[in-house]
Design a binder for this molecule. Structure first.
Ligand code: CMP
Length: 138
């Protein structure tokens, strides 16, 4: 089933100049870019985006990190986009990610892990709407 998901290319990737390589990797894996923007998240935006993690001990660090540099949110379309992106992205901790996955190739720690990917179709819809009005999905 053709489906949409959300990725965010994170500040460690923009800092290291890995944006182009990551976009190329995603396109090679058959994802179509439906929407994209480059931005710097405000603290309020980062807190809201990661609201589900607010009770976790890493929440404040995660918010500080996600606001530390530019990010590239993108809506992606593909057959089984949500689960396939999670496969291509690899485990949250790059040290545990499979060979050839984006986090293994470009991540450096559980926090600086290159990209975000939605964890379910329901969250994908919410996360896409968080960054993009319907009219910007092409
Ligand atoms: P992401 O897919 O963006 O969703 C939540 C993020 O929290 C996750 O990627 C990690 O970067 C971060 N995260 C998850 N677990 C931990 C942890 N134990 N310590 C620090 N950061 C974490």
């Amino acid at each position: 089933m053709t489906e949409r998901t959300l990725t965010i290319i994170k500040p460690d990737s923009t800092e290291k100049g890995n944006v182009g390589a990551i976009v190329a990797h995603l396109e090679r894996e058959g994802f179509r870019i439906v929407a994209a923007r480059m931005m710097r998240l405000t603290e309020t935006q980062a807190r809201a985006f990661y609201e589900v993690h607010r009770e976790r001990p890493f929440y404040d660090d995660l918010v500080a990190y996600m606001t530390s540099g530019p990010v590239w949110p993108m809506a992606l379309e593909r057959e089984n986009a949500v689960s396939y992106l999670r496969e291509v992205m690899g485990a949250t901790n790059p040290a545990e990610a499979a060979e050839g996955t984006i986090r293994k190739l470009y991540g450096e720690s559980i926090e600086r892990n290159a990209i975000h990917g939605s964890d379910s179709p329901e969250n994908a819809a919410k996360e896409i709407a968080f960054f993009f009005p319907r009219t910007e999905l092409v």
